[in-house]
Design a binder for this molecule. Structure first.
Ligand SMILES: Nc1ncnc2c1ncn2[C@@H]1O[C@H](COP(=O)(O)OP(=O)(O)OP(=O)(O)O)[C@@H](O)[C@H]1O
Length: 320
């Protein structure tokens, strides 16, 4: 697993102020820093304006050349595959430019990517409500599906790596953990790692991502129970704890069948996992609608009373 903490932060790892102009050493691209978007173990991400086009982008400066280069390689490969696919369903131009920036005598590698206007998954659900998991989950699985179908596994799937736009569209960010199918997962985070739960190996395969996504759901919808289970000793901790949470937490009820199958790695492929998710969540929604649409009891009562009064009135009129 990658080392995620730094004891002393050297100046090139601290963020640059807004207004700083980043000029690429090799391509000469000019980007004006607007603000910091986020900072992780691998680098710092800024919102920048490309001077030539005045367009907004996200620019990531890496702390480690090898790490950022492997991230760039994955993005490039995905880009190529995106272009090759007849109608690349998504905008293929995620990666815009790769270059180095000279700062205090150091060459800092950076890449420019599409700016994703969205909120981290946890913030989005906290603001919009847990029910949105149905929509967001499907979009996320569809993203994983296109990744898997092109031979990649996301690996380090966790709430921080998922940005959600206002209508629930999802964008995965941080491709540092993406591994080719069949290789070893190169970056992971304990709770979402199936090895941590003794539920399987760390080979990059679709089931690795299904498992992580299942834990993401449990984390966001039943956090206390997950914390309790994760804090057990490694000898006692196992995926059966996760299955028990899934079986007992009411907030997970709409996803129960999907979660159990994901934890057990029990889908044929990610296409099937999308279909099952869709069926379960759509099923739950139509059922709710049906219940909401059925005629309220008071209305039925009122109708019966009015009908009886009408019959009496007609009877009395005819009689006299
Ligand atoms: N394309 C983007 N558009 C908008 N915001 C972004 C984008 N890419 C990254 N961010 C923001 O920057 C933060 C850090 O980015 P990223 O996760 O790529 O860094 P990292 O160093 O690889 O992090 P980690 O420690 O999770 O490995 C993200 O959590 C997100 O808030």
């Amino acid at each position: 697993m990658k080392e995620k903490e730094f004891s002393v932060i050297p100046s090139y790892k601290s963020s640059l102020p807004p207004g700083t102009m980043v000029i690429g050493r090799w391509n000469g691209g000019r980007y004006l820093i607007q603000r910091l978007l986020g900072q992780g173990a691998n680098g710092i991400v800024y919102l920048v304006k490309q001077v030539e086009s005045a367009k907004l982008y996200a620019l990531k400066m890496g702390f480690d050349t090898i790490d950022i280069q492997s991230e760039i390689n994955v993005l490039k490969a995905l880009q190529q595959q995106g272009k090759r696919r007849v109608a690349a369903e998504r905008n293929p131009s995620f990666l815009v430019e790769v270059d180095d920036y000279s700062l205090q005598g150091r060459e800092i590698p950076f890449y420019v990517m599409r700016y994703v206007k969205g909120q981290p998954l946890r913030t989005f659900l906290a603001q919009q409500g847990g029910k949105w998991m149905q929509v967001v989950g499907l979009h996320l699985l569809q993203q994983l599906r296109s990744l898997h179908e092109t031979g990649w596994v996301f690996g380090d799937l966790k709430p921080e790596n998922v940005l959600v736009a206002p209508y629930g569209e999802v964008e995965l960010i941080d491709f540092g953990g993406v591994s080719g199918m069949g290789r070893s997962v190169k970056q992971f985070t304990e709770w979402y790692d199936r090895g941590f739960w003794g539920a399987g190996g760390r080979t990059a395969e679709p089931s690795y991502d299904w498992f992580s996504f299942a834990v993401v759901c449990i984390h966001l919808l039943a956090e206390d129970s997950l914390k309790k289970a994760a804090n057990q000793l490694p000898q006692t901790r196992s995926h059966t704890d996760l299955l028990a949470i899934v079986g007992s937490e009411p907030s997970l009820a709409p996803y129960r069948e999907w979660l159990k199958r994901a934890i057990m790695g029990d889908f044929r492929d990610t296409r099937e996992s999308c279909a099952v998710w869709k069926e379960l969540t759509l099923g739950a929604r139509t059922q709710r609608k049906r219940i909401r649409r059925s005629t309220p009891r008071w209305m039925v009562g009122a109708f019966v009373v009015s009908l009886s009064l009408l019959i009496c009135a007609v009877y009395l009129t005819l009689r006299f």
